[in-house]
Design a binder for this molecule. Structure first.
Ligand code: ACM
Length: 416
């Protein structure tokens, strides 16, 4: 056999190794793309906290993800292959996120994993996905300043939540801002972006304060709201603390008409948990609100309520949790079964588009972030948001906008 003939023969052996492996489990198959397709199913990890301080939001991300998988499977799967979900509960703890991510990637051999609310948990799993060249689908708004080949980001970055919101608030309410956030990377970076915008508008930060994750006692913070009398309270508090902050603000008799909270993290989900009275009058910037009027959103809301309960709400993190599974499907659909692996899915998802409940979204090929439709909403007494402003075009994701000498390209982070 000449060399070319031998190479062809070896290639053929790998391609048919699946049959042999079933009968000869001692054969170690090195080719990972074979392993991912071997079961005739597309196995994915689902890694959202069902317990702990961010379960308040992550449970709904889990539900939206599972619903999308069920819909896709009921409609025939991906090229006839069913999606098999391996579900883990990382309990709102970054170290547990990393441990469960390793299990899903190495033990269960999932071809991609869908998970995380907090940036702390995303940062904790990142080394697992980068070292093993796997793919993590992250649906949450976050601070940007990340350029990984192993994450698909479908939530908003700061330019998509703040560029319209901050000037609008300054004009409407004034220039003295109080920044309150949970104490970790997301609020600090998000506030860094906010401070640059405020400086460009001639506005000032009267206080910048961080409380521990899970914090529930806001009386001293509220005393400072009273004494500082800011025009706007800009909140990047997350999880259970959102409920505590709003309830205690209301109990203190403060007035959203004169000292509104403007949040990047308070959705219909947190509002349902705190009770609408505590949220009415406050503002949120997000690419999606449950009241958004589109046929795709009507279907999404109806399906979600049918599946999980008529009183349930959808929101700006559950919506990307849902649509990103469809983008994953579109990418995998382009691949032959033997080519299904994380690297090929990553290539296939670049530039993918679909009409999501919020409108048409697109994965930017350079940085794997998503074009989205920013909106400004004010919470009403029924727990829903009234949309006061929306962009006329989808907005490009610029994860390094606060760092103008850096840009995330297909080839990696570039200094300019
Ligand atoms: C967040 O931590 N990205 C909300």
């Amino acid at each position: 056999m000449n060399r070319l003939g031998r190479r062809r023969f070896l290639k053929g052996t790998v391609a048919t190794a699946g049959v042999a492996a079933a009968g000869f489990p001692h054969i170690w198959i090195k080719d990972s793309s074979f392993a991912y397709a071997a079961s005739g199913k597309v196995k994915v990890g689902v890694l959202f906290s069902l317990t702990g301080t961010t379960a308040i939001v992550e449970e709904s991300l889990h539900k939206a993800t599972i619903m999308a998988i069920e819909e896709i499977n009921d409609a025939g799967g991906i090229n006839g292959m069913q999606i098999e979900a391996v579900v883990e509960d990382p309990a709102s703890d970054p170290a547990t996120f990393a441990e469960k991510a390793r299990k899903l990637v190495l033990g269960d051999k999932c071809v991609s994993v869908f998970g995380s609310y907090t940036s702390a948990s995303r940062k904790a799993v990142l080394p697992v996905f980068e070292k093993r060249k796997n793919l993590y689908f992250y649906p949450t708004l976050y601070e940007g300043r990340e350029c990984s080949k192993n994450v698909v980001y479908t939530g908003a970055v700061p330019n998509q939540q703040q560029d319209d919101f901050v000037p609008w608030l300054v004009e409407k309410f004034g220039k003295r801002w109080y920044l309150i956030g949970s104490n970790y990377i997301y609020p600090k970076e998000e506030n860094n972006y906010c401070k640059k915008l405020l400086a460009s508008l001639g506005a000032e930060v009267v206080n910048e304060e961080y409380v521990p994750l899970g914090h529930s006692e806001f009386s001293s913070v509220i005393n400072k709201f009273r004494s500082e009398k800011p025009d706007v309270i800009f909140s990047t508090v997350v999880g259970d603390s959102v409920v505590a902050l709003h309830r205690q603000y209301r109990a203190a008799g403060l007035d959203p008409d004169t000292m509104p909270m403007a949040s990047l993290t308070t959705s219909e989900n947190e509002v349902a948990a705190m009770g609408p009275d505590a949220a009415a009058g406050h503002f949120t910037s997000a690419p999606y609100f449950m009241v958004w009027d589109s046929p795709e959103n009507q279907n999404f809301v109806e399906a979600y309520r049918k599946r999980w309960g008529g009183d349930k709400v959808t929101h700006f993190v559950s919506e990307p949790s849902y649509f990103q599974m469809y983008l994953f499907k579109q990418a995998v659909e382009k691949l032959a079964p033997g080519d299904i692996n994380p690297a090929n899915i990553r290539e296939a998802i670049k530039g993918e588009e679909m009409v999501a409940p919020q409108g048409r979204v697109r994965i930017e090929p350079e940085n794997l972030h998503t074009y989205l439709w920013p909106k400004i909403g004010q919470c009403q007494s029924d727990g829903q948001f009234q949309i006061l402003k929306q962009t006329s075009e989808w907005l490009e994701p610029l994860p390094y906008k606060a760092y103008p000498n850096q840009v995330c390209k297909e080839s990696g982070l570039k200094e300019t």
